[in-house]
Design a protein around this ligand. Structure first.
Ligand code: 5GP
Length: 177
């Protein structure tokens, strides 16, 4: 076992399962936005791997943009959302899909949706790889979900612990200590 894998208590979602689900999500977005050119927003940095793989299965013209917010410190939410990077382009009149790694309390996406509400988008939808519904503090309308998971701290496939382990190719439960 290498040092990267030593941080994993157990594999929760394998590479193969992720790949199959991401392909289906891409096909669904392709169908739903068949006659639109959406802006697909990647939430840095947790969604990067998911975002890249998803886009390969989105077979319509689309614009890529990015946002970076932060609310986590180690394995516990600070509960305070900070805006680190905003969208580069205008979303006025455009259909927006926000691609996130995981919805936990919902505070981050609630903040994002409120922030985007005044920018005149034609629509804003959320696509998340993971959802931890049991930990929700604010309801957020999630249109596309990869996997619903229990309230465990997970790493890999973009998700970190103190900025490490994002490069694991699968999703694993973090081994504390
Ligand atoms: P929320 O604002 O919904 O509580 O949390 C959203 C952010 O918290 C996610 O984008 C992610 O960065 C982080 N987060 C929530 N749960 C986990 C988890 O189990 N593992 C990791 N690595 N990050 C998480």
């Amino acid at each position: 076992m290498n040092r990267l894998e030593a941080a994993v208590d157990r594999v929760l979602i394998s590479e193969a399962k992720i790949a199959a689900r991401v392909k289906k999500l891409g096909a669904q977005i392709t169908k739903d936005y068949a006659d639109k050119n959406p802006i697909i927003v990647g939430m840095l940095r947790g969604a990067v791997l998911f975002y890249g793989d998803l886009l390969k299965h989105v077979k319509i013209p689309c614009t890529l943009d990015f946002m970076c917010l932060s609310s986590y410190c180690g394995t516990c939410s600070t509960g305070e959302v900070r805006f680190l990077l905003d969208l580069r382009g205008s979303i006025a009149g455009r259909h927006v899909i926000i691609v996130e790694d995981i919805v936990d309390t919902g505070l981050t996406l609630d903040y994002v949706l409120k922030n985007l509400a005044h920018r005149g988008a034609a629509s804003v939808e959320i696509c998340t790889l993971l959802d931890k519904p049991s930990n929700r503090k604010v309801e957020v309308p999630v249109k596309y979900t990869g996997f619903k998971i229990k309230n465990e701290f997970v790493i890999g496939y973009g998700l970190d612990c103190d900025e490490l382990y994002r490069n694991l190719p699968y999703i694993g439960v973090y081994r504390a200590g």
